[in-house]
Write a protein that binds this ligand. Structure first.
Ligand code: AMP
Ligand code: ZN
Length: 137
């Protein structure tokens, strides 16, 4: 039982704004801002680790379409795009979804920016090199 699968199959109420064969975009029912939208694959994948490049490509194309709809119909020209994978990363619905969060002047959503300005970790060059060497192919 998955609430987003229920939305895809019209077994649960939702506010759909765009869909194609593989993906669906609908309103987040507890939005962070006016026009907050979720983009999901119609098939059930828990998170990015279960998805192949083709479906991820479809997701980002629908994200792009949604940003155009927000721009054309609401005049939105700033968005945060967020996707959480795994409980540790604060994922709460375990059907992959991308958040598109419209931003406006003085919208008091600067907590997103604060993640970047109040960074806890100060790293020296040795550690940055160590991380690069662990990850690069
Ligand atoms: P996350 O924390 O990234 O897993 O986000 C899950 C999001 O799904 C939250 O922002 C919820 O408000 C939203 N959500 C949960 N149930 C529904 C629903 N039935 N319809 C629309 N959005 C939902
Ligand atoms: Zn599902």
């Amino acid at each position: 039982m998955c609430i987003f699968c229920d939305i895809v199959n019209n077994r649960a109420k939702s506010y759909k704004i765009y869909e194609n064969n593989k993906t669906l975009a609908f309103l987040d029912i507890h939005p962070i801002s006016y026009g907050h939208i979720l983009i999901i694959p119609k098939n059930h994948y828990e998170n990015i680790y279960e998805m192949d490049n083709d479906i991820l490509t479809e997701i980002i194309k629908t994200v792009k379409t949604v940003t155009e709809l927000l721009k054309e119909n609401m005049g939105i020209n700033a968005v945060n795009i967020i996707n959480s994978n795994g409980k540790i990363a604060n994922q709460t619905v375990f059907h992959y979804h991308m958040h598109v969060i419209p931003r406006r002047e003085n919208d008091n959503l600067d907590f997103i920016h604060e993640w970047w300005v109040n960074k806890l970790i100060k790293m020296d060059n040795d550690i940055l090199s160590e991380i690069m060497n662990k990850l690069k192919n």
